[in-house]
Design a protein around this ligand. Structure first.
Ligand code: SAH
Ligand code: SF4
Length: 352
């Protein structure tokens, strides 16, 4: 049997073309698209304004990929919900739903695992399985809305995986999720976080999208960055910052640098000065994140005094910096851990 086509990854013009080629009127595509994207159905049988025979016809050729919530952890502190989703082939990914004053936000995964191997990251330690289809990224947002009963207004591509290592599917997802007939979440409400795949940053700059680019820098120089981020051996700090400058100039969008502060590794005043010198003059903001010791690598959070000193020094170079508020601290809201734990438990159960 030939494999069914992933219909929720198709754009509206693609769907129109495919359905008219099958002899159906063009307006049917709009109906189906709205069912899939605006109303988030998971089965053709739910498309109640289509005839039974048309629903059967679609079901023979197409599949609707969804993300089934198999675990939900709710924070008692701030309403953050962490999801573990099962995908159609039995793989698992995580997403985190967060409530802010300006609206609800979701951090979604773009791959099952990650190839990049950053030493502080639980996802990086768990290896790589596969990239996600656009429909699977959409489904994480749709399932979270369904399970919480709350609308999502902001999306961050900062869960499991490296979005720019899944470039085409991520760009297609951005196009689908922002479409007016679909979820209609504007690019200005979307952030994409990358560990620094330089060639793809140049490509993204050419797309001239209004999304926010977050760059996981985590060190001011190659000696420190290469210790924790293997990607730095391919694209070093200098080439990365050059691409970032190009990106900011091309899009007029401020870049957000992520900097996980690790005690004794990258948090000295000298590091702050070196970072300040290198970022000086760039349209950017620095987000300091107290490292979360999830990999057992023995990393510890920097002290509050270190964080404040870092911010103060960066300000002297004209760079704004803030410490990221930690949401869901009682449920380990950073990604990668839940899937690992779940798979370990499943493996133990199988071994019994
Ligand atoms: N692959 C992309 C996006 C997913 S990781 C990237 O690396 O940017 C999302 C963010 O979490 C990145 O900034 C990453 O560096 C950070 N991160 C991963 N593990 C962390 C940890 N243990 N403590 C603090 N930040 C971490
Ligand atoms: Fe991959 Fe990002 Fe984790 Fe690095 S930090 S291993 S790039 S998910």
């Amino acid at each position: 049997m030939s494999e069914k086509i992933d219909i929720k990854s198709m754009t509206l013009p693609e769907l129109e073309k495919a359905l008219t080629e099958d002899g159906l009127p063009k307006f049917r595509a709009g109906q189906v698209y709205r069912w899939l994207h605006a109303r988030a159905v998971t089965d053709f049988s739910q498309m109640s304004d289509l005839s039974l025979s048309l629903r059967q016809q679609l079901n023979e050729k197409y599949a609707i990929y969804s993300a089934q919530a198999v675990q939900m952890q709710r924070s008692q502190l701030d309403g953050t919900v962490k999801f573990l989703y099962r995908l159609h082939d039995g793989e698992f990914v995580e997403a985190v739903f967060m409530q802010y004053h300006h609206g609800n936000s979701i951090c979604i995964s773009t791959q099952v695992g990650c190839k990049m191997g950053c030493t502080f990251c639980a996802t990086g330690r768990s290896g790589f399985s596969r990239s996600l289809a656009p429909s699977e990224m959409l489904s994480q947002v749709q399932s979270a809305e369904k399970e919480t009963g709350l609308p999502v207004s902001n999306i961050v591509l900062m869960g499991m995986g490296e979005p720019l290592d899944n470039y085409d599917a991520v760009l297609r997802f951005l196009c689908l999720v922002s479409s007016e007939q679909g979820m209609n979440i504007g690019m200005r409400h979307i952030s994409l976080s990358t560990c620094g795949l330089v060639d793809k940053i140049y490509r993204l700059a050419e797309e001239k999208l209004q999304l926010t680019l977050s760059v996981s820098l985590h060190a001011p120089n190659d000696a420190i960055r290469s210790q924790t981020m293997p990607v730095n051996k391919k694209w070093n700090v200098e080439s990365l910052l050059k691409a970032c400058r190009f990106y900011a100039q091309a899009t007029h969008r401020r870049i957000s640098f992520e900097y996980a502060m690790i005690r004794g590794v990258n948090d000295s005043d000298a590091c702050a000065r070196e970072l300040g010198q290198k970022l000086h003059g760039m349209l950017c903001h620095v987000n300091l994140i107290p490292v979360n010791d999830v990999t057992g690598a023995g990393y510890h959070k920097s002290s509050i005094e270190r964080q404040q000193s870092f911010i103060h020094i960066l300000q002297q170079y004209g760079i704004t910096a803030t410490v990221r508020r930690t949401l869901g601290s009682d449920i380990d809201a950073s990604c990668g851990q839940l899937r690992r734990r779940y798979e370990k438990e499943a493996a133990n159960e199988n071994a019994m």
